[in-house]
Design a protein around this ligand. Structure first.
Ligand SMILES: NC(=O)c1ccc[n+]([C@@H]2O[C@H](COP(=O)([O-])OP(=O)(O)OC[C@H]3O[C@@H](n4cnc5c(N)ncnc54)[C@H](OP(=O)(O)O)[C@@H]3O)[C@@H](O)[C@H]2O)c1
Length: 394
């Protein structure tokens, strides 16, 4: 995999034996939160590192599934007495309220933590106030003052969907699709497997495993009979599976993969009804894998927040377009996106773009206009083969 642009801080490696600064501790906390991404909704996937008074890592924790301990409590338990006089480094502001578990602020105080570094403030008015509560108790607290690339990586990382849901009151929707360079998602005869290579298709399974729900329209359900499960490269189901959702008025085919009791079928053409049904089930992070019509309807309704476009360097010329009517009738209404990241995945180009963000809001640090940050030295014909037994795809 060759990066075309930087994609944020390097993931944390093994826990260092010696003292670490708050920036490095936050990288470790971010990596811990990434490991639980997709297992915590409706709670946020938070990571926490407890540094002992000498600056060495005493505990690392991440949010347990709902009802279980929060990241701070996990890290404090690991640190034990070494937390006294130490520093907690947390991706999200510690909660100050009684939910299903007691306030994390109480746990930090009781453990004798002296200082807390937080990357992102909690936008939830019910849970917020943790920083103030800790300051009032005499702890030193900083919020968002670490290296900007780390703070950005936390906000755009595993916490992204949860932060969005807190701010807007609805789940975060990522529309993922695969297309050729000329924007086709199928050939003229309707065949579409496979446009992208195995590496891009494997990515989809990771995405499903970190999403709360995967949504398609009845058109895709009937045309492709997708399983919509998250599987590894051998085709073995991953431990965590998203809620599978079909939108549309028609029935799915009897005996098809999505004709199953655990599949939610929302019989509507209103994207907000789909979103409300998911919200009611505690879904925070939605992966929209529908075809052109459902994607167009969600975009027209302003209900897509992020686009993941897997673009194959291939041409079809005719065939279905990747996107149907998205409510754009004139060039003045064009839906412009803001590119957060561009990456080569196998032989395909992944464009990660945000809908409705301010220009440059999520541009990767260090990327400049016209800058060539990586070159590809050799074509990857093997990645085009549909015969690679990677077990991926719908
Ligand atoms: N390349 C890719 O990334 C990709 C991804 C997915 C699918 N596809 C391809 O897309 C093709 C299917 O396209 P498609 O557009 O029919 O699939 P789709 O968008 O998944 O499903 C369309 C159906 O969704 C229902 N629906 C729900 N809300 C709607 C709304 N607001 N507006 C319109 N329809 C709504 C309608 O079903 P009812 O009539 O039942 O109400 C409609 O017929 C397949 O060939 C598949 O291979 C490609």
């Amino acid at each position: 995999m060759t990066r075309l642009t930087p994609a944020g801080p390097t993931p944390a490696g093994p826990t260092p034996a010696g003292p670490v600064g708050p920036d490095d501790a936050m990288r470790i906390a971010l990596a811990a939160s990434a490991r639980v991404h997709g297992t915590t909704s409706p709670n946020p996937p938070v990571g926490c590192v407890v540094l002992a008074a000498d600056g060495t890592v005493a505990g690392v924790g991440a949010t347990a599934p709902p009802g279980g301990p929060h990241a701070e409590v996990v890290a404090l338990a690991q640190a034990g007495e070494r937390a006294r006089g130490g520093t907690a480094v947390v991706t999200l502001e510690p909660c100050a309220h009684h939910g299903r578990t007691p306030p994390c602020t109480d746990a930090l105080r009781a453990a004798g933590i002296a200082a807390v570094h937080v990357a992102v403030a909690d936008p939830n008015p019910v849970a917020a106030g943790g920083a103030e509560a800790l300051r009032a108790a005499g702890l030193t607290v900083t919020v968002g003052t670490l290296a900007p690339d780390i703070v950005d990586a936390v906000a755009a990382g595993p916490l992204r969907a949860w932060l969005h849901a807190q701010r807007t009151g609805r789940p975060h929707v990522t529309w993922k699709f695969a297309a050729t360079l000329d924007g086709r998602s199928a050939a003229a005869d309707g065949t579409s497997r496979w446009i992208t290579g195995p590496a891009a298709r494997a990515r989809v399974h990771t995405l499903r495993a970190t999403s709360d729900a995967v949504v398609v329209g009845t058109g895709t359900a009937l045309a492709d009979d997708p399983a919509l499960t998250a599987r590894d490269v051998d085709g073995t189901p991953l431990a965590r599976q998203p809620l599978r959702v079909v939108a549309g008025l028609r029935d799915v085919a009897p005996g098809s993969h999505l004709d199953a009791p655990d599949v939610l079928h929302v019989r509507t053409h209103d994207p907000d009804e789909v979103i409300a049904a998911l919200h009611a089930r505690g879904v925070v992070d939605v992966l929209l894998e529908g075809g052109p019509r459902l994607a167009g309807a969600f975009l027209a309704a302003g209900r897509v927040d992020r686009v993941l476009a897997h673009v194959a360097p291939a041409l079809l010329g005719a065939g279905a377009a990747a996107l149907g009517d998205a409510g754009v009738g004139t060039i003045g209404d064009i839906l412009r996106l803001h590119v957060a990241r561009v990456e080569l995945v196998g032989g395909d180009i992944l464009i990660d773009a945000l809908v409705g963000a301010a220009p440059g809001a999520a541009a990767p640090a260090g990327a400049a206009d016209g800058q060539v940050v990586a070159t590809v030295s050799a074509p990857r014909p093997a990645d085009r083969s549909g015969s690679t037994p990677d077990g991926s795809g719908p």
